[in-house]
Design a protein around this ligand. Structure first.
Ligand code: TYM
Length: 355
């Protein structure tokens, strides 16, 4: 693996993987493993920021490793590990936090979003500026935990401790990556070192993607309750796609496309053959489109991608011995690199023994 650029990415263990995770991250993991020194992990410490049920957290770690393997990540090519198996991450997280501002963390979009959820406040422009006051004023039952605030530090450490150059993530993680670069620069300049490279997002020369939900709103996400899962059975997936929100249909040629319909086209562009997409776009332009046909086609094309993955998940999921071996080997490799970086970081910060 020497001399190859280092790639790091992770997915939180909060349930099963959906098409947003697949097209935003996992598909790139699989493609990158041949050309890069890849280290992919299950972010169980990040999952703790939303206080999951311990049993569910535990189950989800196992299902995500299984999904990684089923999607085609090869443990002989890439390192696969569980974040909490690398305790060096937690120590560097403490050290790096000494150079991170509370203000910059509070301004992060994902923090504001999660803080609002914890406090039960609706998102709108009017309360955006007040969120800080709400957080400080919240009683202990509705607290916004400190782990949520320092989430970006932990993510930066995942990346920096492996000295990663490239980080394949979806669009929603771009702000976190920007912070990672900023923290790396700040640390390097404060200690006059070049310890941390500045990582960049990577999506095969294209911009990062945002996979929409099919409920007409924003992105596909677990908390939005609008996910198409890799493990969805054919029947379940078809039903979800057939229920996708559309509109009344174009009334005149070349009408603008509404957001919900655009969402269907966006998914189709990722899953269907270019001729098929064109055929439906032409049908939209000349008003002959039937959304039912579009959805049927889309469901089948999604299933062509997810079905083989689901089948491999079924084969692998009870093979605890194999999965255990993969994770032990992965943890060992990840710790090897992480402990070197941690040692260097302690050294430059002045934590050295003279006794
Ligand atoms: P998480 O678990 O929310 O999502 C995992 C990956 O899936 C991508 N993703 C999407 N991409 C496009 N469209 C969507 N609708 C969509 N939903 C999810 C995310 O962009 C992400 O790439 N903070 C990270 C986990 C993490 C991490 C890291 C990632 C922790 N440490 C270090 C990279 C490097 C997260 O919450 O991902």
């Amino acid at each position: 693996m020497d001399n190859k650029e280092i790639v790091v990415s992770g997915i939180r263990s909060t349930g099963n993987l959906h098409l947003g995770n697949y097209f935003g991250a996992l598909r790139n993991f699989v493609k990158m493993q041949n050309d890069y020194d890849c280290r992919f992990f299950i972010a169980d410490l990040h999952a703790l920021t939303t206080n999951p049920d311990p049993k569910e957290l535990h189950t989800s770690v196992k299902s995500i490793v299984t999904e990684y393997l089923a999607a085609g990540i090869d443990p002989e090519k890439a390192t696969i590990f569980v974040q909490s198996d690398v305790p060096e991450v937690s120590e560097l997280y403490l050290l790096l936090n000494m150079h991170v501002g509370i203000g910059e963390l509070m301004r992060t979009a994902s923090f504001k979003d999660k803080a609002r959820k914890a406090l039960g406040i609706k998102a709108d422009a009017d309360n955006d500026d007040n969120i800080e006051n709400e957080i400080i004023g919240a009683d202990s039952n509705k607290r916004v935990n400190a782990g949520l605030l320092t989430y970006p530090t932990l993510m930066a450490v995942d990346i920096l401790i492996q000295k990663a150059h490239k980080v394949p993530v979806g669009k929603d993680q771009e702000q976190h990556l920007e912070l990672t670069r900023r923290f790396a620069r700040r640390f390097n300049s404060f200690y006059n070192t070049d310890l941390f490279p500045e990582p960049e997002n990577y999506n095969f020369g294209k911009a990062a993607v945002k996979i929409p939900g099919l409920d007409g709103s924003g992105k596909m996400g677990k908390s939005e309750g609008n996910c198409l899962y890799l493990i969805d059975e054919d029947k379940v997936l078809r039903k979800k796609v057939m229920r996708a929100v559309t509109d009344e249909g174009p009334k005149e040629p070349n009408s603008p496309v509404s957001q919900p319909v655009q969402n269907l086209f966006s998914l189709m562009e990722l899953t269907s053959a270019p001729e098929t997409v064109q055929q439906f776009k032409d049908a939209y332009s000349d008003c002959s489109i039937r959304y039912g046909d579009l959805k049927k086609q889309l469901a089948e094309d999604i299933l062509n991608i997810t079905r083989p993955i689901r089948e491999r998940i079924m084969e692998l999921r009870d093979n605890d011995e194999y999965i255990g071996k993969v994770l032990r080997q992965g943890a060992e490799r990840a710790r090897y690199y992480a402990s070197q970086t941690l040692k260097e970081a302690r050294e430059v910060m002045g934590i050295r023994k003279f006794y």
